[in-house]
Design a protein around this ligand. Structure first.
Ligand SMILES: [Zn+2]
Length: 383
């Protein structure tokens, strides 16, 4: 279908001027709230089409506030959030919108019977235009290939914010083609949010475990990622708390293996030495305690700042040395080290039922195949 034949390209973009005349572009980004303006025409890059719509939109392009038009009917069908905003406009419930947290950035900018505008200036414009182009059937401007991490995250934010997942159903699989690799790059921890929004169970399950094995805590007790950075929003609700809990439990289980073994060596009721020599146990006790002390894990600790992976690496790495002729098999420290690695590798899944449920719902909306819903570690899910 030929689209928008009546649209004059020179009118595609409107740069919004404030009520007072601004002498420079910087002033345009500093409009008063609520926005009160008249719109003047200015040519701009071909980022977003000026639909022959009945409501104006304001978004930020290269630092400028740009006005264009959209169809209220299309917006209402595309997103229940937009639908609510438009209904409120129609009902004149401007005060309600101003007091509503979710809708607070959609204040109307109308005065004296001039056009009304939705304010999208806080949204990522590139992601927003993808959604608007899909909604208005301008598929030629919709990306069809894999999207990089930052673009995917921006889209996931808006899809979640405007509850318009079904809108991207024909496109999302291409966008997510890197899901076997991209989520696991350092600094891509927010891929958790992408996987959560688009119902990618397997990527979510693998990434939560990877993060749980890699996270450390800083001096303030806050979780930090593999690069030593604090986690940033957006993250699925409750996932960081769950990751922290799983990390603490796994570290405790790891350390308990060693502390229990050390305790057994000083238990006067039993002798572990195969030859029944108490001094063999005492020597083993001394060697292990020395090693733990060098790793700053003795006296016995319950909280450490290491990651699960780092702790396992340190414990499996130290050399126990010989106990003396005839005592080679008395204390199988290598077996304790093997158990240590096993505990780290078998870290429980931090996924909560709320995450599983939300992703399953997303899968249904997107008509994911059964394979897309598979977990690699289904047996780990404890709900
Ligand atoms: Zn012995």
């Amino acid at each position: 279908m030929e689209q928008s034949q009546s649209v004059d390209v020179s009118d595609e973009f409107l740069v919004v001027e404030g009520e007072q005349t601004h002498s420079n572009n910087a002033a345009l980004t500093d409009l008063p709230t609520p926005l009160i303006f008249s719109a003047t025409t200015r040519q701009h890059t071909d980022l977003f089409k000026n639909y022959s719509g009945d409501i104006g939109l304001i978004m930020t392009v290269n630092g400028h506030k740009i006005s264009t038009k959209a169809s209220t009917q299309v917006l209402s069908l595309a997103s229940p959030v937009w639908s609510q905003v438009i209904q409120n406009y129609a009902a004149g419930k401007f005060n309600f919108m101003k007091n509503n947290q979710e809708l607070s950035n959609h204040e109307v900018g109308a005065r004296g019977g001039t056009s009304q505008h939705l304010d999208f200036t806080e949204d990522n414009t590139e992601a927003l235009t993808v959604l608007l182009n899909i909604a208005h059937l301008d598929f030629g401007k919709v990306p069809r290939k894999e999207l990089c991490f930052s673009k995917l995250l921006n889209l996931a934010k808006l899809v979640a914010k405007y509850k318009c997942l079904s809108l991207v159903e024909p496109f999302y699989k291409n966008w997510l083609e890197g899901e076997d690799f991209e989520p696991f790059q350092d600094g891509h921890e927010n891929w958790l949010f992408i996987a959560y929004v688009f119902g990618r169970h397997a990527a979510f399950a693998k990434l939560t475990k990877k993060i749980a094995k890699e996270v450390r805590v800083n001096k303030d007790g806050s979780l930090i990622d593999s690069l030593g950075q604090l986690f940033k929003d957006p993250m699925p609700h409750g996932i960081l708390e769950s990751i922290q809990e799983v990390r603490e439990t796994t570290i405790k289980n790891t350390l308990d293996i060693w502390y229990h073994y050390v305790d057994s060596l000083i238990d006067s009721q039993t002798i572990s030495c195969k030859l029944g020599k108490a001094d063999c146990d005492e020597l083993a006790f001394g060697k292990i305690v020395m090693a733990l002390k060098q790793l700053n894990l003795w006296p016995a600790k319950t909280e450490i700042d290491l990651s699960v992976n780092d702790l396992a690496d340190k414990l499996k790495g130290f050399s126990f040395g010989a106990l003396g002729k005839g005592h080679e098999g008395c204390h199988e420290v290598s077996e304790i080290q093997r158990l240590t690695v096993e505990v780290a590798q078998g870290i429980p899944s931090p996924i909560l039922y709320s995450h599983y449920s939300a992703m399953t719902s997303a899968c249904m909306t997107l008509n994911c195949g059964a394979k897309d819903q598979e977990y690699d570690n289904c047996e780990d899910l404890d709900f």
